[in-house]
Structure formats: C-alpha cells, structure tokens
Design a protein around this ligand. Structure first.
Ligand code: HEM
Length: 454
C-alpha cells in the first residue's frame, strides 16, 4: 500500500478507536446532569448514587479518550504535513480551543464531581455536572467545526504562499455544515449513552442486583433514548442529507447507490451496488423518495455518478453505500426498540419483560456501530478531497514519509490499543461489578439533607 493509503488507514483506525470513548462521555455527561437534577428535585438518594456511579464510568472513559486523542493531533504533523501547512492557519484555531476546553474545563469539573461533593456541597456538585456537560459538548463543537471546514470550507482566504488563512472566525465557527453535523453527532452521543445505561440496567435487573438503581437508570435512559433516536432521523439526519444534496452531490449519489441521473429518483432501501453494471442488484426501491428527501420535490432531478468525472467521485462507492445503509437501518431499529421499551415502561411491564431486557442488554454495541458507520459516510464521502474542493487527499500527505514508516507505527498502535482496550474493559467491568451502591459510604452530604444545606 502507498504512503497515503497507509496514512489514511492509520488515521481511520486510530480515530474510530478514539471516538468510541468521547461518544459515550459526551452523551453520559447529559445523563449525569439529569440524574443529579432528579436527585435535587426528589431527594431520592438512588438518583445521587446513579449520578456518582455514571461519573466514575465517565472518568474511566474520559481518561482513555484523552490518551487516544493525543496521537490524532500528532498525525497531522507526522503523516499529513502538507495538509497541516495548507489548512493549519484555519483549523489551528478550533483545535487549540478544543484542547483548552477538554483539558482545563472538563478535567477541573470532573475532579470536583468525582471528589468534591462532600467538601463543596450539593450546589457546587450540580454546577460541576452542568459545567462538565457544557465543557464536553463545547469541546465536541470545536472538533466538529474543524471537520465541517474540511467538508465545506468557509471563512478562509488563500495567502500568498498558497496556504489558507482564517479571515472570518464567526463565519468559520457558524459554518452551516457544522450546525447540522454537530446536532446529528450529539444526538448520536445521547443515543449511545442511553443504550449503554439501559444495557447495564437490564443486566442488573436480569441478575437481580442493584434493582432499584437499575430501575432509575432505565427510567431516565429510555426517555433520553426515545428522544435522541427520533431526532437522529429528523431533523438532524434529514438536514445532513440536504447539506450533501447541495454541497457534496457526488457523495450523495454514491451513498444512495445512484449511478444515473434522473428525475423522480428512487430511494434504494436495500440491494448491492454493482460498479461494473452501474446498477443496484436485488434492489428494493421506492420511486420519487430520493428526489423528495434531497430537494423536497418528488419529481426533482437528482444527479447520479454519471454526472461527475471519475476523479471527482468518492473512491470507495461500495463502502460508502453500505456504511450509509447500516447507519440508517440501525437508526430505524433503534427507534423501534426505544419506543417499545417506553411503551412497556409506561405500562409497568418493562422490568418483568425478560425478553426485552435481554434485547436491551445486548443492544449496546449497535449505537457504536451506527456512529462509526456515520463517520465513514462523512469521511469517505468527502474523498477525493481532504479539504473539499480545495486540496486533494493525495496532496495532503507528508512527502518524506514512506508507506513502511506508517505501516510500522500502525502496528505499534494496534498493539498499544489492544492493551488499552483490555485495561479499559477491566476497569469498567470492575465498576459495574461494584455497582452504584458502593458510593453510599460518602453519602452524608446526600440523602435527607435539609434543603437549606443545598
Ligand atoms: C436514522 C436515520 C439517519 C439518517 C437519515 C442519517 C443521515 C446522515 C447523513 C446524511 C450523514 C452524512 C453527513 C456527511 O457526509 O457529513 C450522517 C453522518 C453521521 N451519522 Fe447519521 N443518519 C441516521 C442515523 C444515524 C444513527 C442512528 C447514528 C448513530 C447512533 C448516526 C450517526 C452519524 C454520525 C456520527 C455521522 C458523522 C458525523 C456527521 O456527519 O454528523 N446516524 N448521517
């Protein structure tokens, strides 16, 4: 494989691995605020212990997220030096701000949340939960805004040496692509956290352990899960699709498996794209729907891959197509599962419905798969550009790094990340084994405290 091929593989591997962690922390940060707020409202200690339990899981997850995030920024310098020279004057701003928020705001408030409840009291504890949520969501925004610039560059001007400069930070920060990308991505984090919390709750109920806490987990996570999975499809998923139909037409054609331009374009719900014949095999299609989803008109013309020269099309149409269909297919199943769980919860049957509890317990990997598939859609769809329309991926790689160099460091990452995965799994399982009740010992400040002490 070429040096660029290896660099792309290394970035894809390390970022997919890295993003397994922030996607849970960011969603969990919102759920921790909800648990804490419910405790302050109801004075039911179960909710406070739930907040503490999930903060400990957050802490482990956050630490691994930070550790695996650092190599990402180094790769800009080692493997993507030409891209860094070209776009560093623009994206450096948001990446630096992310570092500041991630390290200073998030870590400080996480410290208070983990260790400061007794010392600072409930008001500061609640405030820290809110700040942790805001800090993690803000740092997420700075990363998304950086990616959005690569998808749809705005707020820049080319300098004399050909490199880009930031000329309008407000336009850059309010990139319309970023607003849709961010909202879609953040509801995905809430979906992931909701599924993980439901899964642990289902495990506890099935095993007859920590049942009261598990019920509290489930009540919160089924509601957040319902809202997040519905928002995933509309308006956020729909908004993302509309951005692509306006600014990344070849990517839209590839992910939908649309080979030829037509009006009244059909949406392929299933089928396998065949690049040789330019057709979807075994297709199940609904006429007019793609035209409607892309342009709000059943008869609108949708450009197929035949409208674009080969060197303007994404280089892996099949992977793009399948990633997109996996994401949307899973998204539809998530809505069904969450709605059924909400209905059973309301009917008072969820905690006795063992079949549904088993499904919920085993469901937690799937939001991770959907999120990974979503990012593959975004990143493969952007090809052959590293900065859309401005710099090709081939031109962004480091000129002096060989394929062998990158293959070697990739192997290093594989080994290191296996160890990290084992450590992470051990620490999380240990916390789950200990359960939420293990935080009862430092509860003096919590249950039953008169409102005046808050
Ligand atoms: C249910 C219907 C869904 C639709 C219509 C939809 C639509 C889209 C589209 C069009 C993109 C590509 C945007 C681009 O190229 O930048 C995208 C990306 C993405 N999707 Fe989905 N999606 C759906 C479900 C989901 C689900 C269930 C998840 C995860 C739980 C998810 C997570 C993501 C992520 C993380 C990205 C990459 C970041 C971004 O561009 O927002 N999506 N989605």
């Amino acid at each position: 494989m070429s040096a660029v091929g290896w660099s792309r593989f290394q970035f894809a591997f390390t970022i997919i691995y890295h993003y397994l962690f922030p996607q849970l922390s960011m969603g969990l940060a919102l759920l921790i605020v909800i648990f804490k707020a419910r405790y302050l409202k109801t004075r039911d200690a179960i909710y406070n212990e739930s907040a503490r339990f999930w903060t400990r899981i957050f802490g482990i997850n956050f630490a691994v997220g930070v550790v695996t995030g650092i190599p990402m920024e180094f790769q800009f310098g080692t493997n993507w030096a030409a891209f860094s020279n070209f776009a560093g004057g623009v994206i450096g701003m948001s990446l630096a701000m992310e570092g500041m928020f991630a390290f200073f705001a998030e870590s400080s408030f996480l410290g208070i949340l983990l260790f400061g409840e007794k010392r600072f009291g409930q008001k500061v504890h609640m405030f820290s939960a809110v700040m942790l949520f805001l800090g993690s969501w803000l740092s997420g925004y700075f990363i998304i805004v950086t990616n959005a610039f690569m998808q749809h560059p705005v707020g820049y001007a080319p300098g004399q040496n050909g490199a880009l400069h930031l000329v309008n930070p407000i336009v850059y920060l309010l990139n319309p692509w970023a607003l849709w990308e961010y909202s879609h991505n953040m509801v995905a984090t809430v979906a992931t956290a909701s599924f993980v919390v439901c899964s642990v709750a289902a495990y506890y109920i099935l095993a007859g352990m920590h049942v009261e806490h598990a019920k509290a987990f489930m009540k919160v996570a089924v509601v957040t899960g319902c809202i997040a999975t519905l928002l995933q499809i509309f308006p956020t998923g729909d908004g993302q699709g509309k951005m692509m139909s306006r600014y990344q037409k070849p990517a839209l054609a590839a992910m939908e498996g649309k080979f030829t331009t037509s009006t009244n374009a059909a949406l392929a719900i299933m089928g396998q794209p065949n690049l040789q014949t330019g057709k979807i095999e075994n297709a199940i299609e609904v006429p007019g729907i793609l035209s409607y989803l892309a342009y709000g008109d059943f008869g609108a013309k949708v450009q197929g891959l035949d409208s674009f020269p080969k060197n303007m099309q994404p280089d892996n149409v099949e992977l793009l197509y399948y990633s997109y269909h996996i994401m949307v297919g899973l998204g539809t199943l998530f809505i069904l599962l969450m709605l059924v769980s909400a209905w059973q919860l309301r009917a008072g049957r969820l905690f006795r419905n063992r079949a549904l509890l088993w499904v919920l317990m085993l469901s937690f990997p799937f939001p991770y798969i959907a999120t990974t598939a979503g990012w593959m859609v975004a990143e493969i769809g952007r090809q052959p550009w590293v900065v859309y329309g401005l710099e090709r991926t081939l031109a962004g790689a480091s000129p002096t790094v060989s394929g062998g160099d990158v293959a070697f460091t990739t192997l290093g990452f594989c080994g290191l990340y296996t160890v990290v995965a084992l450590l992470f799994a051990y620490m999380v399982m240990r916390e789950i084994g200990r359960g939420p009740e293990s935080s009862q010992t430092d509860i003096e400040v919590g249950a039953g405290a008169p409102a005046s002490t808050l």
